[in-house]
Ligand binder design. Structure first.
Ligand SMILES: *[C@@H]1O[C@H](CO)[C@@H](O)[C@H](O)[C@H]1NC(C)=O
Length: 419
C-alpha cells in the first residue's frame, strides 16, 4: 500500500507569475518533487529553481514524459472543468493549463466574474494540473502554438469536442491537427458556467441576492421559483475518478474541516491548503443541501451536495470527503476518523450559528482539538454571487445568448463512449 505522506504542499507557488515571467509553475514539478520540496519554505523556492531544472532534464532523458496542454477561461470554475482537465491529464504525463487573460475574456465575451488571480488559484488547486500558463490567448494563435511546442515542450494540444473557430472562421487547431499534435476529449458533464450563472441569477430578484431565512418548506424543491432543472447525473464512477482512493497512513494526523463549499472559489482552495498543512490527511465534511438551506435560506445551496463534493475532491489538498456531513462535529465522528484537529476559517458565510443554537464545535472545543484558521482570502460564496448580481444586466444578456446555444447543444447531443 502506498502510504507516502504528503510533503507536496506547495505553498503559494502559483503566486510567482512575476518571477517566472508570465509562466507560472505550480505542480510542474509534482512528479519529481515529492521528496525534494518537503519542508522547503516559500522564500527558498526561487533559488531552488536551477537545481530543479537540472533534475528535470535528467529525468526527461530517462523517459520522455508526454506533456499535454489545454486552455480555457475557467470562470466560475466547476467540476465540469475539473473533469475535462482530468481527462486531458490521462492523455499524457504532465498537464499544462493555459488560463485566458482578463483582457482577452473582456474582449471576447465580456467581463469575467473571477479575476485572473482567482482563476489561477482555482486551476492550480486542481490535483491533475502540473503547470499553469497565465494570460493565455482566447483563441490559440499560430505564434502561441509554436511557443507551446518549442518553449513549453508540449506534445499534444487538447480541446473539447466543440468546434473552436478563429475570428476569420478557420479552425483554431488546424495547425496542431496538421502536425498530428491535437487530441480531443468529449464533453459529457451536465454543468457549465452558463448554467451556474443562470442558477445564481435565478436566485436573485431584481438584482438582489435573496437572503431570506424564512423557515424552509420541507416539500419544496431547492429552486422552486425558477423552474431550474439540473442536468447533473451524479454517478459513483465519477466520484471514484475524482477520489484519491487512499486512507490515512499509520500514525497520520487527520485534520477535519467542514462547510458548504458552495460555488467552490479561491478562498476555499486557500483555507483547504492551510488546513492540510496542519496534518497529514485532510478530511472535508460537506454539509447536506438541507443543512445549507436551513442556515442560508431556501435558495441555497447553488450547487447540490454531489456537485460540491466533486469540486472539493478535485482539490489537491483534499484527501477525503464526507458526502453529507452532520452540522455538529460529534465525538463519534472524531473517534471513527481518528480526527486530531478540527479547524474552521475565520472568514465564513454566516456567523448566525454563533449567536443562535448550540455550537456545532463544542465537542472538539472541549477536547482541546479545535482551531480557528486565519482565512487567507476574504472571498465568500455570496461575495462571488454579489459580483454577478452587480453586473446583473451584462450577465443576463450574455447568458440568454449562451443558454440558447447550450439548448441547441443539448438538443443535438448524442451518446459518446468513454470517460
Ligand atoms: C490517530 O492519530 C494520531 C495522531 O493524532 C496518531 O498518532 C495515531 O497513530 C492514529 N491512530 C491510528 C490507529 O492510526
Amino acid at each position: 500500500m502506498d502510504y507516502e505522506s504528503s510533503n507536496w504542499i506547495w505553498d503559494g507557488v502559483y503566486y510567482y507569475p512575476h518571477l517566472f515571467g508570465g509562466l507560472m509553475l505550480t505542480a510542474a514539478l509534482l512528479g519529481l518533487s515529492t521528496t525534494y520540496f518537503g519542508g522547503i519554505g516559500l522564500s527558498s523556492l526561487p533559488y531552488m529553481w536551477s537545481d530543479l531544472g537540472l533534475f528535470h532534464k535528467k529525468k526527461l532523458e530517462k523517459k520522455k514524459r508526454v506533456r499535454v496542454y489545454m486552455d480555457g477561461c475557467f470562470d466560475l470554475m466547476h467540476y465540469g472543468h475539473a473533469n475535462a482537465l482530468r481527462q486531458a491529464k490521462a492523455l499524457g504525463d504532465e498537464l499544462v493549463v493555459g488560463v485566458v487573460s482578463d483582457e482577452e475574456i473582456i474582449a471576447n465575451k465580456g467581463p469575467p466574474v473571477l479575476p485572473m488571480e482567482e482563476r489561477l488559484a482555482l486551476v492550480s488547486g486542481l490535483k491533475w494540473v502540473d503547470e499553469v500558463i497565465a494570460d493565455a490567448p482566447y483563441a490559440i494563435t499560430e505564434q502561441f502554438m509554436r511557443s507551446l511546442f518549442n518553449d513549453h515542450k508540449i506534445d499534444y494540444i487538447i480541446h473539447g469536442d466543440d468546434p473552436c473557430l478563429l475570428p476569420d472562421g478557420t479552425d483554431a487547431y488546424a495547425l496542431a491537427k496538421k502536425v498530428g499534435r491535437y487530441k480531443q476529449i468529449k464533453r459529457t458533464e451536465g454543468v457549465s458556467s452558463t448554467d451556474i450563472l443562470g442558477r445564481i441569477l435565478a436566485s436573485c430578484k431584481d438584482g438582489n441576492v435573496i437572503e431570506d431565512n424564512s423557515p424552509r418548506d420541507a416539500h419544496e424543491e431547492s429552486h422552486p421559483s425558477t423552474g431550474y432543472i439540473s442536468r447533473f447525473l451524479p454517478t459513483s464512477r465519477r466520484i471514484v475518478q475524482f477520489s484519491n482512493g487512499k486512507g490515512p497512513g499509520p500514525n497520520a494526523r487527520v485534520v477535519y474541516i467542514d462547510g458548504a463549499f458552495d460555488l467552490f472559489h479561491a478562498g476555499h482552495v486557500e483555507i483547504l491548503r492551510c488546513a492540510r498543512q496542519l496534518g497529514d490527511f485532510l478530511l472535508v465534511g460537506i454539509h447536506t443541501d438541507q443543512i445549507v438551506r436551513e442556515h442560508r435560506g431556501k435558495h441555497h445551496p447553488i450547487m447540490h451536495l454531489h456537485e460540491r463534493s466533486l469540486s472539493v475532491l478535485a482539490c489537491r489538498y483534499v484527501d477525503e470527503v464526507i458526502i453529507g456531513a452532520p452540522w455538529e462535529v460529534t465525538k463519534d465522528m472524531i473517534t471513527t476518523f481518528n480526527i486530531s484537529l478540527v479547524v474552521r476559517g475565520t472568514v465564513a458565510e454566516s456567523d448566525s450559528w454563533l449567536k443562535s443554537g448550540p455550537d456545532p464545535y463544542s465537542v472538539p472545543k472541549n477536547m482541546g482539538i479545535f482551531k480557528m484558521l486565519e482565512s487567507p482570502k476574504s472571498i465568500t460564496t455570496s461575495s462571488v454571487a454579489q459580483r454577478i448580481v452587480a453586473n446583473h444586466g451584462t450577465y443576463m444578456k450574455r447568458n440568454a445568448k449562451k443558454t440558447a446555444s447550450e439548448k441547441k447543444y443539448y438538443a443535438e447531443k448524442v451518446y459518446v463512449a468513454g470517460d
